[in-house]
Design a protein around this ligand. Sequence first.
Ligand SMILES: Cc1cc2nc3c(=O)[nH]c(=O)nc-3n(C[C@H](O)[C@H](O)[C@H](O)COP(=O)(O)O)c2cc1C
Length: 352
Amino acid sequence: MIDISTSYMGLQLKSPIVVASSSLTGTVEGVSKCAEAGAGAVVLKSLFEEQITAETAALSEHADDYSGYGEAYDYLQGYGMELGPQQYLDLVSQSKKAVDIPIIASMNCDSGGRWAEYATKLENAGADAIELNVSIMPTSAKEEGLSIVDSYLRILHEVKQKVKIPVAMKVGPYFTSFANFVDRLTHDRAEAPAYSVGWLGKNKDVGKITWKSADGLVLFNRFYKLDIDVDNLKLIHGQPYSSPTEISYSLRWLSLLAGKAGCDLAGNTGIHDGRDAVKALLAGAKVVQICSTLFLNGLEQIGVMEQQLRDWMAEHNYENLCDFRGLLSQSKSDTPEDHERLQYIKLFVGME
Ligand SMILES: Cc1cc2nc3c(=O)[nH]c(=O)nc-3n(C[C@H](O)[C@H](O)[C@H](O)COP(=O)(O)O)c2cc1C
């Protein structure tokens, strides 16, 4: 009997197929449709930090100022849901009542601060977990890399201090030393903050603080794509949906981090069918999050993917996901260097 149930951040899911944060999960109706289609869990459309720290109406008047900020811009343009903080809490509590799968609330944030208190409200509204969609644009020539890493750690720390429910970090792939970043993000540790002492008290020697680790890590967010219209000489939206070829970078890091990160891993970006889901699970993911394939193929793709996963498991005589999860991760490999290969040189000699 094939069983595709799994745990993720301590939550019990009947399926590893999770609907990623997007407008598909921005209404109770959307959440209900995802549950009916067989999703193991849903991540609600993100509530943006700007929604918490400023008046939504005032921000909307200045939407063009945010044209470089992808999803925030989408939100302000009405592309995503237009929910203020109280409505978002209603979305959480009503979704909880409407479906019997875990509801993961999502906050998009790029700084710490008072908005983090909102995490408590999400917990009280019934969210089973919180996903922090953190993306800091490193455009300041004055800010060093470690300072930016500190900001990610600080955001997680502040939210973890406020809630008991699990907290996942959803990040992009652009870090100088990703393994080190993940190590710090996913293991509890007592350490003095390297850069961000300002947020604890200017020039104050705060000594060591106990940083709380993430319960889940989503690899990777796919950011708003910028393009250029050469006819009209202006910036335009790039392709909003991923293609299956984009799975490669997630597979690389899932397989490198499985068994080493101190938390559950979720695969994301470029997972379009059941075989893609199998790849992410073999690399070491506990769950996969999907978005583009649902916009392109409809919510019934969830059931299609689950059947493809079951068929593959039957073909390979696996009954449970844990029978093969992480089988192709670096920690289980006899040739770990294969996971680190970056250059084509030997592979393609003579093929050019
Ligand atoms: C229309 C649209 C809206 C999205 N909105 C959000 C969002 O509010 N919060 C978030 O964390 N990710 C958002 N995303 C990113 C997706 O959750 C997902 O990480 C990304 O699309 C990569 O997965 P995929 O390859 O399955 O599409 C959005 C993506 C799309 C296409």
